[in-house]
Write a new protein. Structure first.
Length: 434
């Protein structure tokens, strides 16, 4: 199919779970959608080799559930874990909530099977824990967003699952204190799985809607921690509690049961639902400033400033972040039938990205360029890097039919020649002069 599509120049857009927050799996040039969701076999889980062999359509939740039965884990829980597929996570080189401890998905890939456009099956890597054989093409495929080839099988590293775990959180009247506490935890030697924060607007909104009784604050902090046994876990929690309180953390909550954990994580995971209840008809919109990353020393400033910029355009935004790795997620909620909201969103987007760049940050650290960031790619990476990316794309896909219109590989526009879901949408071309 790929060979014929290439010969006939029919666009092919691979699709996994379809979250497509940055438009990376939208068929913007028409053609064929290659739905990989039915390639959903867990071929093997090897306790001895500490690997799993899976097809791309395996959902993350299904995979993790099967691993847990064996005391194992693939610790890359992403926000869309209920729909995310392994193929999509590889294509995006996902971070996930536990990226502070475990990093990106890419380094956990030990091998890949990739079908190229001419039908050739490319075998990369091995079940062996290490290899160093020429260019690391597995790392190139990870994060390529389906523009180079189709992943049909993956050999993934897995880890033992720690027997005990808990979440711990606190509320801060000052984001600088919150970030100082996060850094102190990092320096303490206690290996937390996550270091997360949300801003005061998010906390108060979710608390009011869900009746959680959270205090007024400028931000709240949540960390996950695991232990070898209960004694080890409690020792770690004791250290984290002390650090939080020494840095001004109030009403420290330790959660070991599911109900308390769900409450503690609500500002981070349920805010979009809460806001949409307050604003019927509204929805969270994927936009180009959804996942910037800034130096850790600039985190408190950036959380405040990104929120200020977006709210200055009379838009609703909840700001949350991975404090240990510098990634900030402003979740913007708009009425998609309101033209003024689209205009405001695009103005805020540009201003946020200019600010992020000015303080030494990058415009994407998690979702990738996809389609939504096309018009910002050259500014972000420079003309030399973009040209090299395009040459690499040309080697794998000389006719440009694999997931076209993405990552600025064949266009630096994001609105030209596409149909819009919402009639009120304002294109980049229509923004000129506004």
């Amino acid at each position: 199919m790929l060979r014929i599509s290439s010969e006939e120049q029919i666009p092919v857009t691979p699709r996994g779970g379809g979250a497509s927050f940055q438009g990376s799996s939208l068929p913007v040039r028409g053609g064929l959608i290659l739905d990989l969701s039915r390639m959903n076999r867990i071929i093997e889980i090897s306790d001895e080799d500490m690997v799993a062999v899976v097809q791309p359509g395996v959902r993350y939740e299904t995979f993790e559930h099967e691993l847990e039965k064996r005391g194992l884990t693939f610790p890359h829980d992403v926000g869309s874990h209920d729909s995310a597929t392994i193929g999509g996570m590889i294509a995006s080189d996902s971070n996930g909530h536990h990226a502070y401890k475990h990093g990106r998905v890419g380094p956990w890939i030990q091998g890949l099977e990739v079908v190229l456009l001419d039908g050739t099956v490319l075998k990369l890597g091995t079940r062996s824990p290490r290899y160093n054989m020429g260019y690391n093409l597995s790392a190139l495929i990870a994060g390529s967003q389906g523009t180079l080839g189709i992943v049909t099988e993956a050999i993934l590293k897995v880890d033992p699952k720690m027997p005990t775990s808990a979440s711990i959180g606190a509320f801060f009247q000052n984001l600088d204190d919150l970030m100082a506490a996060s850094h102190a935890i990092h320096m303490s030697g206690v290996e937390a799985g996550t270091l997360e924060a949300t801003d005061g607007y998010t906390v108060s909104t979710i608390s009011d809607v869900m009746g959680l009784g959270f205090p007024s604050c400028e931000g709240n902090f949540v960390a996950d921690v695991e232990g070898f046994d209960e004694e080890n876990l409690q020792a770690k929690l004791s250290i984290l509690k002390r650090i939080l309180e020494e840095h001004g953390g109030e009403e420290v909550i330790i959660a070991q049961d599911d109900e308390t954990r769900k409450k503690l994580w609500a500002p981070r995971l349920d805010i979009d639902i809460a806001v949409m209840k307050l604003q019927p008809g509204s929805r969270e919109i994927g936009f180009a400033a959804s996942d910037p990353c800034v130096p850790l020393s600039k985190m408190a400033e950036a959380i405040r400033e990104i929120g200020r910029i977006i709210r200055s355009y009379d838009l609703i935004v909840a700001v949350f972040c991975h404090t240990g790795i510098g990634i900030i997620h402003p979740a913007v909620i708009i009425d998609p039938e309101n033209e003024d909201h689209w205009v405001a969103l695009k103005k805020a987007e540009r201003e946020v990205l200019e600010y992020v760049t000015s303080i030494g940050g990058v415009i994407t650290a998690e979702h990738g360029f996809g389609y939504v960031k096309n018009n910002y790619v050259k500014e972000a990476v420079g003309a030399v890097k973009l040209e090299l990316d395009r040459r690499i794309k040309g080697i794998f896909d000389p006719n440009g039919i694999l997931n076209p219109g993405k990552m600025a590989l064949d266009t630096e526009e994001r609105d030209a020649g596409v149909k819009y879901t919402f009639p009120a949408y304002v294109s980049d071309q229509d923004m000129e002069g506004r």
